[in-house]
Design a protein around this ligand. Structure first.
Ligand code: PLP
Length: 383
C-alpha cells in the first residue's frame, strides 16, 4: 500500500494534489460553502439553463412519467422516447442526417474514436485536445501524430510526412477547453480534403455557444464539411451525456461498434429530457447566446483594461496564465476570500509552468457582478 501514499506525497509536494469539494448550488451562478455565498466564475453552465424553469420542469415530468433510472443499456431496454426526440432534434440542429447520444462526452469521444480508427490508421491530434480525445486515440491502437497547437503548417507537414495504408483522421477541440481559442477549421477542412482525411470536431464548449449554438462548423460556415461532430449535453445544455452527429451510416456504425455506447447503461429519462428542453431553448431564444457573448466580451475587455494579459477571443473561457501551480492556487484562494469562485487549473490539465485561473462567464451573470469581479481579479493578480 506504500505506493498510494508515496504518490500522494509526491503530488502534494508539487502543489498538484486535488480533492473534491461539495458546493451547494443556489442558482445558475452562485453556490454556498459553509454558509457563505459565492459568485461562480468557474462553471461550464454557459447559458445558466440548469435553473431554467422549462428545463427543470422537463426533468421532473420525465421522472414522474418514466422513473428515475433507465434500467438498461441503449440496445436492451434503456432507450426511452426522450432519446428519439433528442437524437432527431440534435441532428436537425447540427444539420446532419443523424445523431446518437452517449452517457457522457468522455465516453462519446473514447467510444467513437476507438470504433472508427484502428491499427492501420493514423490520427492527427492537436496537442491541446481534451483528455477524452487522447484516451480515445490510445484505445483505438491507431498511430497518433500530435501536431503543435493550432499550427497548420505543422499539421500539413505531419500529413505530408506520414505514410498510411488505412484511414486518416484529423481531430480537434472546436473551442479549446483551457484556452478558450477556436480551432482553425477552414484550414483543417482544406488539409483534410487535400490528404483524404476524415475530420472530427469536439464541440463540448461550442455547443450552445458558437454559430447560433450549433457549434464551430456553423461558426465558420462549414456546414456539411465535418465528418464527425461530437459534443456534450453537460455544459451549455445543462444536463449530462454526450452526442455524435453525422451521416446515417456513421451513426448506425457507432450504435453497432462503439463499446462505450453498447456496454453502459442508458442515461436517466430526466437527463435526456432536460437536455432536450435546453436544446429547444437554445434554438428558440437567440438572446441567450447574445447575452453570453456580451458578458464574455465585457469580462475580457474589463480584464484587459485593468492591465491583465488577456488573449483576444469571443468564447466565455478566459484564461489568466500565472505560471507556477502554487501561484495559481494562492490567487484562487485570495479570490475565494472575496466571494469569487474561480478555478486554479494546474498540470496535468495544462502544461507545466502554465498554471492559470480559468475564468468562465455565463449568460446568467449580472453586469454588476461582473464589474465587481473584474475589479477583484485585477487587484489580486497585480498584487
Ligand atoms: C467536458 C469535455 C468533454 C467531456 O464531456 P463530459 O460530458 O463532461 O464527459 C469532452 N471534450 C471536451 C473538450 C470537454 O471540455
Amino acid at each position: 500500500m506504500a505506493f498510494f501514499q508515496e504518490y500522494l506525497q509526491k503530488i502534494r509536494q508539487k502543489n498538484l494534489h486535488r480533492q473534491t469539494t461539495a458546493y451547494e448550488p443556489v442558482d445558475a451562478t452562485h453556490i454556498k460553502l459553509d454558509g457563505k455565498k459565492y459568485l461562480v466564475l468557474a462553471s461550464n453552465n454557459y447559458l445558466g439553463l440548469t435553473h431554467h424553469p422549462d428545463v427543470q420542469r422537463a426533468a421532473i415530468d420525465a421522472i414522474v412519467r418514466y422513473g428515475t433510472g433507465s434500467g438498461g443499456a441503449r440496445l436492451i431496454t434503456g432507450t426511452h422516447p426522450y432519446y428519439s426526440l433528442l437524437e432527431s432534434e440534435l441532428a436537425a440542429f447540427k444539420g446532419t442526417e443523424a445523431a446518437v447520444v452517449f452517457s457522457s462526452g468522455y465516453t462519446a469521444n473514447v467510444g467513437t474514436i476507438s470504433a472508427v480508427m484502428g491499427r492501420d490508421d493514423v490520427i492527427f491530434s492537436d496537442e491541446r485536445n481534451h483528455a477524452s480525445i487522447i484516451d480515445g486515440c490510445r484505445l483505438s491502437k491507431a498511430r497518433t501524430v500530435i501536431f503543435r497547437h493550432a499550427d497548420m503548417e505543422h499539421l500539413a507537414g505531419c500529413l505530408a510526412g506520414t505514410l498510411c495504408s488505412g484511414r486518416r483522421l484529423i481531430v480537434v477541440d472546436g473551442v479549446f477547453s483551457m484556452d478558450g481559442d477556436i480551432a482553425p477549421l477552414p484550414e483543417i477542412v482544406a488539409l483534410a480534403k487535400q490528404y483524404g482525411a476524415l475530420t472530427m470536431v469536439d464541440d463540448a464548449h461550442a455547443t450552445g455557444v458558437l454559430g447560433q449554438g450549433r457549434g464551430t462548423a456553423t461558426h465558420f460556415g462549414l456546414e456539411g464539411q465535418i465528418d464527425i461532430h461530437m459534443g456534450t449535453l453537460s455544459k451549455a445544455l445543462a444536463s449530462e451525456g454526450g452526442y455524435v452527429a453525422g451521416t446515417r451510416h456513421l451513426i448506425d456504425f457507432l450504435v453497432n461498434k462503439a463499446r462505450s455506447f453498447i456496454f453502459s447503461t442508458a442515461l436517466a429519462p430526466a437527463s435526456v429530457a432536460a437536455a432536450l428542453a435546453a436544446l429547444r431553448l437554445v434554438a428558440e431564444q437567440p438572446e441567450l447566446i447574445r447575452r453570453l457573448r456580451l458578458n464574455s466580451d465585457f469580462m475580457r475587455s474589463g480584464l484587459a483594461a485593468a492591465g491583465l494579459q488577456v488573449s483576444e477571443g469571443i468564447t466565455p473561457i478566459i484564461p489568466l496564465i500565472v505560471g507556477p501551480a502554487e501561484a495559481a492556487l494562492k490567487l484562487a484562494e485570495t479570490l475565494r476570500g472575496k466571494g469569487l469562485l474561480i478555478s486554479a487549473i494546474r498540470p496535468p490539465t495544462v502544461p507545466e509552468g502554465e498554471s492559470r485561473l480559468r475564468v468562465t462567464v455565463s449568460a446568467a451573470h449580472e453586469r454588476a457582478e461582473l464589474e465587481t469581479a473584474v475589479d477583484a481579479i485585477a487587484l489580486a493578480v497585480r498584487a
